[in-house]
Design a protein around this ligand. Sequence first.
Ligand SMILES: Cc1cc2nc3c(=O)[nH]c(=O)nc-3n(C[C@H](O)[C@H](O)[C@H](O)COP(=O)(O)OP(=O)(O)OC[C@H]3O[C@@H](n4cnc5c(N)ncnc54)[C@H](O)[C@@H]3O)c2cc1C
Length: 485
Amino acid sequence: MTGPHHPGLDFLAGRSMELLRRLGLSALIRQHGVSPDHPTGLEWSQGLDDPPILISPGESTGTAFDGGSLPVESHQRVSGAELAKQLRAAVRRHPLIDLREGWTFTSLRIEPDCAMAELVEAGTGDRHFVEARHVAGCDGAHSTVRRCIEVPMEQLAAPARHCSVYFRSEDLTRRFTRRGLSTVIVGGVALVARGDHDTWVGHLGLVPDEPITTDPVAMLRAMLGIRLDSTEVLGVTQWDDSLAVASTYQRGPAYLAGEAAHRFHPVTDSADISIGDAVDLGWKLAAVINGWGGPGLLASYELERRPRALIDREMLARALETRRRFSRLAKAGATRELLAEVLRQEPHLLGTTGFQLGDRLASSVIWSDDRPQWPSPDEMPPTISPGVRAPSVRLADGSRFLDKLGVELTLVDLTDDDTGAPLVAAAQKRGIPMAHLVTADPAVRAAWDHPLVLVRPDQHVAWRAGTAPNDWDTVLDLVTGRKTT
Ligand SMILES: Cc1cc2nc3c(=O)[nH]c(=O)nc-3n(C[C@H](O)[C@H](O)[C@H](O)COP(=O)(O)OP(=O)(O)OC[C@H]3O[C@@H](n4cnc5c(N)ncnc54)[C@H](O)[C@@H]3O)c2cc1C
């Protein structure tokens, strides 16, 4: 493992911050992130000196529909390099993790009951063989794990080449951040203000088969059609986009997560789905290793996460086409009014808050229930249907209800007669760790429309009921993956 030399990621959605909060890391990430006052707006322009065609407001952190549907944490702009540094430090401090920095994983052989991994030690070059019950391949876009288990990536379209230039320019900061913007789309270039020390990243689409110039500033100037005075280049990366999803997320004891499992452009919320994968796979592996999760639990990882990647891919393909159409129309001579109208008709940003929290899981370990009518993502009301992320409401003392959940399963009990107590006792007797969270808080009662709700470690609802069920053992077997329907 090595750290990145380019800032890469820029933005984490509220849902990711909420998941990091559960690990006790959100405050630390914020401390090292961009100030929340820094804008996240997006401007569409034909030229840097032209007035904008359209300005889209940034992600909202307001409380307009905070009845439990908003994330507990708001989004955070943070450099990928800083995020990796902080997460790596947290991993080093964790008593259960043995982190071998600089070691390289080189091959994997799947055996009937385990996987045999080969690693090369940093410094000495010594080879080590490790027998593992489970392997999580979180090794990025060029995953060696994926190659070893021979999982192909399914592409939506042929990959195109891109180049990202990380640079410092007071000139650009002066021109744009005053207008409350973080991103400017102009021609084929997306310019992202990093929000610290006048640094910017320019994402440039490259023409196929054309050699890449050795002077990135010249390339930026040519594509933007402006002078960029006193520009200091801090880093350059090239990559191929592909809108690709792995054909499967599991082969025997090996799993794929993050960019090893999906590779997207634009990268808008790539890290958010990657964090979602890691959380989903992480708690299921822990449950199986600790003996309370059955085989169906790990099998549900792909059922819950791969559809999310396939849906995201379609959304991103639409967003990408909007950018391309914008450039093509501008080149063809479309008027400013027409360009603005086209942009208004083609939502070009994912409404990440509603989309991610409204993400309803359906799998073999979620108790099936009648599906509610699907509301508009912007007006996602809190609901406790099985599969959804449980609503979080602010309690009278100012704390957040989701923070009260236990580490593993939690039975939220809103009954007046402690109905959940024998259910929790029955689960514990079967070796299933379950916290019993009893509350009469009026805000929770208003948002949680069922009195008994079983919540998973990833804050998704596994089961709900109005009264104690006759078939509690069946519920427990299903949600822990011991038996699947
Ligand atoms: C320029 C750029 C801008 C981006 N901006 C955003 C953004 O604004 N928002 C967003 O959501 N996403 C963004 N992304 C995407 C985001 O960075 C990725 O989605 C995210 O980093 C994926 O995380 P990952 O852990 O799956 O992979 P990675 O971050 O690639 O991590 C993989 C790790 O595995 C290690 N590794 C790989 N192979 C081996 C091996 N054989 N042995 C040992 N270790 C190995 C690597 O060293 C690395 O530490 C951006 C990406 C780029 C390139």
